[in-house]
Design a protein around this ligand. Structure first.
Ligand code: DQA
Length: 141
């Protein structure tokens, strides 16, 4: 049974193909493998979930509130900047939720400077690339 849930939102399934100058050339599966390798000597048991749909992220967070995870790591993708619904769903959880971004959103376009879902999270990591995921998990073990 997994003890940490990792949620990736829209367009993160396109890593490796999308804007490599911003996100690098690794795929989401490469990021998953890197994360699992970094955590192999820890008690972390990860469950990975990706969807492009806002409501499915809300559904997954609501379900997580009924499960026994120690923490949730979430990269909401573009919804980080817009989604009141995901913000509100994060607030339902009684466990730490950490928002991660591969890129350094504060060094990018103005519309990325509003971090709406992050306001509901315990912490946020931005700009550490593929290392954000395992570092976020490690902080919760
Ligand atoms: C992202 C940053 C967001 O602004 C963007 O919409 C993404 C990826 C990141 O991981 O850097 O899809 O969340």
């Amino acid at each position: 049974m997994a003890n940490i849930l990792i949620i990736n939102g829209p367009n993160l399934n396109m890593l490796g193909k999308r804007e490599p100058e911003v996100y690098g050339t690794l795929t989401l599966d490469d990021v998953r493998q890197h994360t699992e390798l970094k955590l192999k000597d820890t008690p972390a048991k990860l469950e990975w979930y990706q969807t492009n749909l806002e409501g499915e992220i809300v559904d997954r967070l609501q379900k997580a509130a009924t499960q026994n995870y120690k923490a949730v790591i979430i990269n909401p993708g573009g919804y980080a900047h817009t989604s009141v619904a995901i913000h509100d769903a994060i607030k339902i959880l009684q466990i730490p939720v950490i928002e991660v971004h591969l890129s350094h959103v504060y060094r990018r376009e103005g519309f990325r400077q509003t971090l709406l879902t992050a306001k509901a999270c315990m912490a946020i990591m931005t700009g550490l690339g593929k290392d954000a995921y395992w570092l976020a998990v490690k902080s919760q073990l």
